[in-house]
Design a protein around this ligand. Sequence first.
Ligand SMILES: [Zn+2]
Length: 427
Amino acid sequence: MTFTVSSQGENPLRPRQERTTTVANRVLSAIDRARDERVGLSLDIHAHPELNFEERHAAAVLTDALERWGFDVERGVGGTETAFRATAGSGSPTVAFLAEYDALPDIGHGCGHNLIALSNVGAGLGARAALPELGGRVEVIGTPAEEGGGGKIRLIEAGVFEHVDVALSSHPSSHLTIINTDPKEPWGLAMIGFRYAFHGRAAHAAMNPHEGVNALNALLRFFSGIDTLRQHLRDDVRIHGVITDGGKAPNVVPDFAAGNFMLRSRDRRYLEEVVEKVRSVAEGSALETGARLEVIPYYPFPTPKGTHAMYEESRPNAVLARVAHDNAARAGLVLHEPPRGPRQSGGASSDLGNVSQLVPTFAVGFAVAEKPTPGHSPAMRDAAATPLAHANAIAVAKTLALVGTDVLADPSLLEQVRSDFHSRSGS
Ligand SMILES: [Zn+2]
C-alpha cells in the first residue's frame, strides 16, 4: 500500500504507517468476513445461467446482498432492468467496481462471469470499509449483457459513469494471472458485428435458372472477397463469419442467403475503415450476382436509442496496473510471468473497452485453473465453479479493493492515473 490518509481522518497521535496498515487490514478482513456468503452467491449465479439482459436472478441476489451489507442500492439504473448501482459514502473521488453476471447460450457460465460478480462485489465491500477513515465514494455497478448485448454501452449512454473517477474490474483468464505494469497496447480489440443478407429470386434450378437470382452465390462471393481483402489489411484485424441461411433445396435457386460476421482491430478508428471496406465487398458481391444487399447491425445489439456502437479497444492504465501489482502479494494474489515467444495480435473484446475510453480503467485477468483452459468452453464453465477459481477471485477482490483504497486516499495518485489516461488518448 502506498496511500496517505486524507486530512479528514488525520490523527497526529498515530504514526502514518500504522494508520495505513490499519485501514488495509480493515479492508482485507471485511472481504474475508463475507467470504462464504459471496462464494455462495457466485455458485448460485453459476447454477442459474442467464443471457443478455435477462439476468434477473443474478441482479436480485446481488442487490439483496449489497443492501444487506449497507449499500444504497438503485435497481434498473440507466433504464436497464438488470443493471444496478450500489453506493457507499459520498463526495469524490468515486471508485467503481464493475460486476458482470451474464452467461452464454448453451454453455452457461463458460466465460466465468459469476466470478466477476464475486470479485467486484467483494472489492466494493472491502473498499467500503475504508470510507470512514478516507472519505469519497465506493460504487458497485452491475453491468449486464457483456456477451453481445453491450450493456455497458447502454449505461454509458444513460450517463451512469459520468461521475466515476476510476473503474476497476476483473475477468477469468485460463491458468495465468498476469498484471502487465508497462502496457504498450490495448488489452482488448475493438469489435463490431453485422449481418449481411442477400435477397435474390427463386427459380427452378434446372428448368429456368436464367430467371433466378442466386443469393447464395452472392454470399459465397462475399466470403471469398473478404479473404482477398484480408491480404491488404493490418495484421491486427480479425474478420470471422458464419453462414446462417444458404437456401433450402438444391433444385431451387436460393432467394435468400445471409451470414453473421464480427470485425475486429486493435484500433477503433482503423476498424471504421475496415467496416467500409467490407461493406464495399458486400456491395460488389450483390452487384455481380444481381442480388439485393441488406446490412443489419448485429453485435452488439443496438441500444434503445438505436445506436450501434462498437466494443472499443481497452485503454490500459500503467499507474493502476502498477498499484495493483504492488498490492497483489498483500492480497494473496499469485502473479505469473507473461508467456515468452512471439507476441500474438489477437485478443478478445469487451464493452469494458468503452468504459476504459471514458474513465481510467483497470481489470485483472486471473487464473481459474492450473492448466490452459479455453474461454467460452464447457471446460471454462466447470473451472468457474472450483475452489481454486473462487480463491483467486477472492484474492482479486482484495487486490482491487486495495487499489481503490489507494486511489481514495491519495489525490496525487489519482492525478497520475489521469495523466496516464490522457497520455493514451490515441489508444
Ligand atoms: Zn467474458
